[in-house]
Write a protein that binds this ligand. Structure first.
Ligand code: SAM
Ligand code: SF4
Length: 365
């Protein structure tokens, strides 16, 4: 094991066990990401798994993902939902349908629903607020993933009862970001994340590993920035080329690089919820399980009706494309148990958020 790697791992391990971990030096994050031979990788993965157990325990949180619209006004070069993709059959669920599906999701014993779509402004501020209020009555925790919107939209939805918002930074390389997301900048995206934090959302972010033109330094920077922002969740998954996009011929993200990024994210953000992403399960048959053993503690089963799911084609060959939601739930529970872990029964709120609740309960703040 290289002395520089060993030192970086020692520093990260000590920091990750502090009550209030500080942000790791970017050089240490970078050094951990370069874990190369079997020994370094094994040490990194073991440490991440221990820190995961120490901070968030053996429970795996299930978040039911409902993809309610595949319309999008944006044109991200990597994504199949981009406005220019005319090969996609577009769908948009009626607000009442979304609420009805949420009821079904609740009856399947999920505690959290994630409402995701392209950037679809047909769902205006009031419509989304209505959906949130109706779902809130069912006792589900609500995560939104609707992309970049105005501050006032985010505020209204928080007031309506949304708990969390998921907005991946995608890549913190400003030049690459502007190239891959025409008309948008990294600063626009990061401003939204700051607003979400300011409004008190449990804020989720994340990045893609293996984007064409991305360097290891960029991945290190993505992780450092998310740690600095104290995000509550970080979704890290491989880039998967979609032939219906301009990046269709680019190579896909590497499974081991993705797993290293998840493990390093666990050390850099020990408090965070880290999903074993569907994209990771798509590029490797055991991808999600491997991520769960290397720092991850969340799985987001796709509960979108099958006829819509096949049109939510961010990338091709998505795992479990034809599995109905109840089958998905049983299947993933079995896989979690096989790893010696268990499905969480509570809401799985962010750790910082739980601290605040305790502070409120104790009359603090
Ligand atoms: N429109 C919202 C947004 O962009 O935040 C939410 C939906 S978007 C489809 C959800 C995520 O899909 C993005 O944050 C991006 O990381 C991921 N994604 C898009 N294209 C991808 C690809 N080709 N490979 C892997 N992930 C991809
Ligand atoms: Fe639209 Fe999100 Fe896809 Fe970009 S990543 S094209 S914003 S759905």
């Amino acid at each position: 094991m290289r002395p520089s790697f060993k030192k970086a791992l020692q520093r990260a391990a000590i920091n990750a066990r502090k009550l209030r971990p500080t942000v790791l030096y970017k050089e240490d994050i970078l050094s951990l990401l370069t874990a190369s031979d079997g020994k370094e990788m094994e040490a990194l993965f073991n440490e991440a798994d221990e820190v995961r157990a120490f901070w968030v325990g053996d429970e795996v949180h299930l978040r039911a993902l409902l993809e309610f619209s595949n319309y999008c006004i944006r044109d991200c070069l990597y994504c199949g939902l981009r406005a220019s993709n005319v090969a996609l059959k577009r769908y948009r669920m009626a607000p009442e349908k979304i609420v009805e599906l949420a009821r079904k999701i609740k009856s399947m014993d999920f505690n959290t629903i994630v409402l995701q779509s392209g950037e679809d402004f047909a769902y205006d501020r009031d419509t989304v607020s209505w959906i949130i209020r109706e779902i809130k009555k069912m006792g589900l925790a609500i995560t939104l993933s609707l992309g970049e919107r105005e501050f006032e939209d985010y505020r209204a939805w928080k007031e309506a009862g949304a708990h969390r918002y998921l907005l991946k930074l995608e890549t913190s390389d400003t030049v690459l970001h502007a190239r891959l997301r025409p008309g948008r900048t990294f600063e626009d995206r990061f401003q939204c994340l700051r607003w979400l934090k300011e409004l008190g959302y449990q804020t989720g972010s994340g990045n893609m590993v293996g984007l064409p033109g991305q360097s290891l330094e960029t991945i290190a920077n993505d992780i450092a920035l998310m740690a600095e922002l104290r995000v509550d969740m970080a979704g890290i998954g491989p880039f998967i080329p979609n032939p219906e996009t301009p990046l269709g011929d680019c190579p896909q993200g590497d499974i081991w690089m993705t797993l290293k990024a998840v493990a390093v994210a666990r050390l850099a953000m020990p408090w965070a919820h880290l999903p074993a992403t569907t994209a990771t399960g798509t590029i490797h048959p055991q991808g999600r399980e491997m991520a769960l053993q290397r720092g991850a503690n969340v799985v987001m089963p796709d509960v979108t009706p099958v006829e819509n799911r096949k049109e939510y084609r961010i990338y091709p060959n998505k795992m479990c494309l034809f599995d109905e939601a109840d089958h998905c739930r049983t299947c993933i529970e079995g896989k979690i148990r096989a790893l010696g872990r268990r499905v969480a029964r509570g809401y799985g709120h962010a750790l910082a958020f739980q601290d605040q609740q305790t502070e409120y309960a104790n009359g603090g703040r």
